[in-house]
Design a protein around this ligand. Structure first.
Ligand code: TXE
Length: 480
């Protein structure tokens, strides 16, 4: 059985303890590889390597750093098929999705930051007193990057690429639930000629490896994407150590559907924005708010389209919905469906685990589920479910739609459907979210700030925001 290895000081190595964890294939529920059960000792070795590599890497010219990162992006593209198959097997997502979205976007992340760093400039401020200030933007040192399981390589690269481009060395931890694509990436980094110690990938559990990264006093900057509860724990450790912190956390995103929208385009996209990646994207719209005048029409059209989504083998090209990432996560999602029923919700379609044993798949599949009849304050409409489950609610006025949208502790993203440009702008302005998509969803320009407000996170990733986060500004004032 394949053994995943850590990537420390330029080499693929076993965990010091020689202990391993099982890695499951979600569609079959079978163990198919082993992952290092690393601990503090491995993190210490990674930090040591990163510290040693830092002086040379931070002094390496931008052109050279850029060329290496660019080469990594090319290698990801050259290995697209292998990476997409691995991501699909490890995560349960349809291979078609990994091929079209996850892996190309991971390559794009490296390419984007390889070039962005060439345009990252500093400001200067002239003074009438006869002085000039200029701002140095210096690499910080060893950056800790911790990422989740839902978009494994995509989110891993979203952190690593800007950290490296800015001249930092990195100790990174992918999710222990989906370690494979990060392991394959470490091999590509070696092939691309990334100097040893510049990137170190330590596999293992959150409370061991993740906590050791967070607590390490030689890691002054942490970028984390994952659950809100974990984010709070990381902040509790990092704040008194005065670490720089970026937290991308959960969401309970509203989709606002007005009666003046382009109906067909909206319907197509909302099926996708509700259920892409089995609903396991922090940006998926899980609360559908529909103007009451089109509620019944939307309900019958939406449920009909959702029922067409094919739940099946992630390897098949015609599969729309693969498996959920783990047994524990599937059980959590199913328990939320039960809570919704107890709260008085009516399940319009879905609601159950899908049995694909006849295809030899004993894994963790759930039918795409649509629920109506719940009020905005109930648990189902307040808590992040992070699975193929959406609720539907009617609204009468724009104010009502905005109030419902803003009524949770989260504030990550919203999508708004209307052809009325004034309404679109007024609604966007009043939504308490980090991201608003109008007449689209998940349309990403990597230059834009990405992140949430309230319990959806702290700080922004993307574009120069990310490069600013991974550098320390220093003002130099010269009197002449
Ligand atoms: O995330 P965790 P989980 C949400 C979603 C999901 C819930 C829990 O609602 O059901 O979070 O998912 C590492 N110190 N999202 O349990 O635990 C962990 O090993 C440092 C939203 O998978 O937050 C992994 O690498 N690190 C989300 C990473 O943190 C720790 C995507 C994320 O895991 C740690 C995923 C600790 N004490 C889940 N404990 C999004 N917003 O995209 C765990 N980790």
């Amino acid at each position: 059985m394949e053994k995943i290895q850590n990537y420390i000081d330029g080499a693929l190595v076993n965990p010091i303890s020689n202990q391993y964890l099982d890695n499951y294939e979600p569609s079959t529920a079978e163990v198919y590889s082993h992952i290092p059960d690393s601990d503090k000792k491995d993190v210490d070795a990674a930090v040591k390597a990163a510290k040693q590599a830092f002086p040379a890497w931070s002094k390496t010219t931008k052109d050279k750093r850029s060329a290496i990162l660019y080469r990594i992006s090319e290698l990801i593209e050259e290995n697209l098929e292998e990476l997409a198959a691995a991501e699909s097997k490890d995560n349960g997502k349809p291979v078609s999705l990994a091929t079209k979205v996850d892996i190309p976007r991971a390559a794009h992340n490296f390419r984007f930051f390889a070039t962005a760093i060439l345009h990252f400039a500093s400001e200067s401020h002239q003074m009438e007193e006869g002085a000039i200030n200029y701002t140095l933007k210096q690499a910080i040192g060893v950056a800790g990057c911790i990422s989740p399981w839902n978009l494994p390589l995509y989110l891993f690269s979203w952190k690593i690429a800007p950290a490296l481009a800015a001249g930092n060395c990195v100790v990174a931890k992918p999710s222990e639930i989906t370690p494979m694509s990060a392991f394959l990436l470490s091999k590509l980094c070696i092939e691309a000629g990334l100097p040893k110690g510049v990137l170190n990938i330590v596999h293992g559990l959150g409370h061991k490896v993740g906590a050791a990264i967070t607590e390490h006093d030689e890691i002054p900057v942490i970028s984390f994407t994952g659950g809100t509860a974990t984010g709070a724990q990381i902040a509790k450790t990092a704040a008194p150590m005065f670490k720089k912190l970026s937290l991308e956390l959960g969401g309970k995103n509203p989709t606002l559907i007005f009666d003046d929208c382009n109906y067909d385009k909206m319907l197509r996209t909302v099926v996708h924005s509700s259920f892409a990646n089995q609903g396991q994207i922090c940006l998926c719209g899980s609360r559908l708010l529909i103007h009451s005048s089109i509620y019944e029409r939307f309900k019958s059209d939406f449920v009909r389209e959702v029922k067409k989504l094919k739940v099946g083998n992630p390897k098949n090209a015609d599969t729309n919905q693969g498996a959920l990432v783990s047994k524990a996560h599937m059980e959590k999602v199913l328990s939320h469906i039960e809570i919704a029923k107890e709260e008085g919700g009516k399940v319009l379609c879905g609601g159950y685990q899908v049995d694909l044993a006849h295809e030899g798949l004993n894994g963790w599949f759930i039918e795409p589920t649509v629920i109506e009849g719940l009020n905005m304050d109930c648990r189902t409409n307040q808590e992040e479910i992070f699975g193929p489950v959406v609720t539907m609610m009617p609204f009468d006025t724009d104010e009502e739609a905005i109030t419902y949208s803003n009524s949770t502790k989260y504030g990550l993203a919203a999508s708004v459907w209307t052809e009325n440009i004034s309404r679109a702008n007024q609604v966007a302005e009043q939504l308490h979210m980090g991201i608003v998509w109008t007449n689209c969803w998940l349309l990403r320009d990597l230059r834009t700030p990405f992140g949430g407000v309230k319990q959806s996170g702290v700080g922004r990733e993307g574009g120069f925001e990310a490069l600013r986060f991974f550098t320390e500004p220093k003002n130099v004032c010269i009197k002449y």
